[in-house]
Design a protein around this ligand. Sequence first.
Ligand code: NAD
Length: 378
Amino acid sequence: MVKICCIGAGYVGGPTMAVIALKCPSIEVAVVDISVSRIAAWNSDQLPIYEPGLDGVVKQCRGKNLFFSTDVEKHVCEADIVFVSVNTPTKTRGLGAGKAADLTYWESAARMIADVSKSDKIVVEKSTVPVKTAEAIEKILTHNGKGIKFQILSNPEFLAEGTAIQDLFEPDRVLIGGRETPEGQKAIQALKNVYAHWVPEGRILTTNLWSAELSKLAANAFLAQRISSVNAMSALCEATGANIQQVSYAVGKDSRIGPKFLNASVGFGGSCFQKDILNLVYICECNGLPEVAEYWKQVIKINDYQKSRFVNRVVASMFNTVANKKIAILGFAFKKDTGDTRETPAIDVCKGLLGDKARLSIYDPQHCEASQCNLGCL
Ligand code: NAD
């Protein structure tokens, strides 16, 4: 029986592994995390994240071929394939602070894998990482002094929160990058065999390591760019009397453009888009491409502009002040069908309104903890 272990039981690790367990009854899947409370929640009736359809998938497999555990070392040691799905936030200090990805969690996971392994393994980058990360990880893993061989694959995750289960059941594509050596190709085939349980062969793409790593950053940058493009257009619509919904419908009808990700909004949020674009900007700068870095920075600049434009419009529409006015905020997560409040635009909107001394009542059906988002007086 093939054994899979996933380090990181978060928004990606949990649902992804639950679907692998459901679709591959012959594979034993262990999802491990250093967070005791998160693992306890995965083992309870109140899962740590809200995702439509997730409950049912977990209930079908948990205790059969899907396990959640804090015994990280044991499960890593036993696994043939180790996915690493730990968080890769933006660095807050030191070289590249405010832009580069913080790979602390990844590095410590890699060192632990090297330490505890007693047999050859395939290590899969599931987290979103900067291009060339696999090179650094390889260095850590190959210097294990035990003669154990590791093959590194990049298998970035393209699921969207809110539709994660549907996205995992029917992915547009599964991307697997590996070394162009015979061992690398063998590892790619082993991971392809896992996905082949339910993903049509034509949707499993294989590339070299660097293309797979960069494709994830590129995909998120392109998606965020569409949102900033339509939001930039919404400002022009408001200034001219055009209607952004009519414009985006007309634009999206063009088959070269398509209708998705063309809804004007308060701006994008979530833990990925901004951090991945900042990461891309940093990589461009490090590779001597300041003009390309500047290009992608504009996507974030427009997003920030859209959030403050929204607050300003609310204040302007209420006789130029919201001081002591009670305002209801309906929905606090960064989008519908999730309870995730990481980098939600609602934080900036609320802070803007609170800055003008508004009194806010916030409601979200997923019980998001607004009070944990550093809103000051809440
Ligand atoms: P998350 O914060 O929800 O989960 C990460 C988990 O890793 C946490 O529970 C943390 O405790 C655990 N962890 C950290 N270090 C560990 C270690 N050494 N050993 C064991 N557990 C450890 O993050 P997420 O949203 O699941 O994202 C994970 C990665 O996937 C990130 O790189 C992110 O950019 C990427 N990604 C996220 C999404 C998304 O929609 N959230 C989509 C695609 C890709």
